[in-house]
Ligand binder design. Structure first.
Ligand SMILES: NC(=O)c1ccc[n+]([C@@H]2O[C@H](COP(=O)([O-])OP(=O)(O)OC[C@H]3O[C@@H](n4cnc5c(N)ncnc54)[C@H](O)[C@@H]3O)[C@@H](O)[C@H]2O)c1
Length: 258
């Protein structure tokens, strides 16, 4: 299969590449390396890397015309600076629009979009069904939610996955590696007073394998275990693993973390 992976040099994209190249798929990546790393996507016979941004409509159109993907995995996202609303909107909204429009023109069979479960904001009830209202309150969440809405409003078959925290190699924005690295260095930590759902990357792979090949109904899906863990639970698990007994860790209300 010919796969275009936007943001392929990031955590999820690069893990999927490592899984799919040995299976014989041909992959093209568009990445501007803002959070992804060039070295995790070494070019091979069946892997082409285009350095550039999904915010360039010309670039997206030309990749689509030249590579002619059957399926797109839309993984590129901006979130690095919560105050840089313009960059978040450019990548997460405009970039998603350009990818969708080019896909529509090129007759792409399916787009698998990686959305964040943060689109629900502070949920009113748990577990959260996909029918729960979306109330994002960060620049990342707001822009990702707008991008998803444009994609779903197109004529392309879009499967949008509202992902919980995926844990696996190269995860960088989740608490496990943060606590691990800081505790190993003897640095202090704090925990947001928050519950999150953590899903193992192997389970995510199993889902992606099905999604790529099967005729799945288009629309929105939640991807999670359905079991919440507090950030303090996670901290304690990491501290247990490292045999650290000093557990004096401040709990910070989530509002103070925005
Ligand atoms: N990893 C998770 O647990 C998780 C949870 C919820 C949602 N998601 C979503 O999954 C996707 C991948 O997340 P990730 O953890 O791999 O993040 P990541 O930061 O590792 O990967 C994102 C990639 O997009 C690239 N990128 C950013 N702006 C770009 C642009 N304008 N043009 C081209 N490339 C650009 C980055 O350089 C990076 O390689 C994102 O859309 C994210 O919102 C991930």
């Amino acid at each position: 299969m010919k796969l275009l992976i936007t943001g392929g040099a990031g955590c999820l994209g690069s893990n999927l590449i490592e899984r799919y190249i040995p299976l014989g798929h041909e992959i093209c990546v568009i990445d501007n390396f803002s959070t992804g790393k060039r070295e995790v996507v070494p070019e091979t016979d069946r892997l082409t890397v285009v350095e550039g941004s999904v915010t360039s409509q010309d670039l997206v159109d030309s990749v689509m015309e030249n590579f002619k993907p059957e399926v797109i995995i839309h993984s590129a996202a901006s979130y690095k600076n919560p105050d840089d609303w313009e960059e978040d909107a450019a990548t997460n909204v405009l970039g998603s629009i350009y990818v969708t429009k080019a896909a529509e023109k090129a007759g792409v069979k399916k787009i698998v979009n990686f959305q964040t479960a943060l689109c629900y904001g502070r949920p009113e009830y748990i577990p959260i069904p996909v029918s729960h209202p979306t109330r994002p309150f960060t620049s990342y969440g707001i822009s990702k939610t707008a991008g998803e809405a444009y994609m779903l409003n197109s004529n392309v078959n879009v499967v949008s996955l509202r992902l919980a925290n995926i844990c696996g190699p190269r995860s960088s924005i989740v608490p496990i590696p943060t606590f691990y690295t800081r505790l190993k260095q003897g640095k202090s930590c704090f925990c947001s007073d928050t519950i999150r759902d953590f899903i193992d990357i192997q389970d995510f792979f199993s889902l992606m394998d099905i999604l790529l090949l099967a005729d799945i109904e288009t629309g929105v899906y939640n991807v999670s275990t359905g079991q919440g863990k507090s950030i303090l639970d996670v901290f304690n698990r990491v501290a247990d693993y490292l045999n650290i007994s000093d557990r004096n860790v401040p709990i910070v209300p989530p509002e103070q973390m925005m």
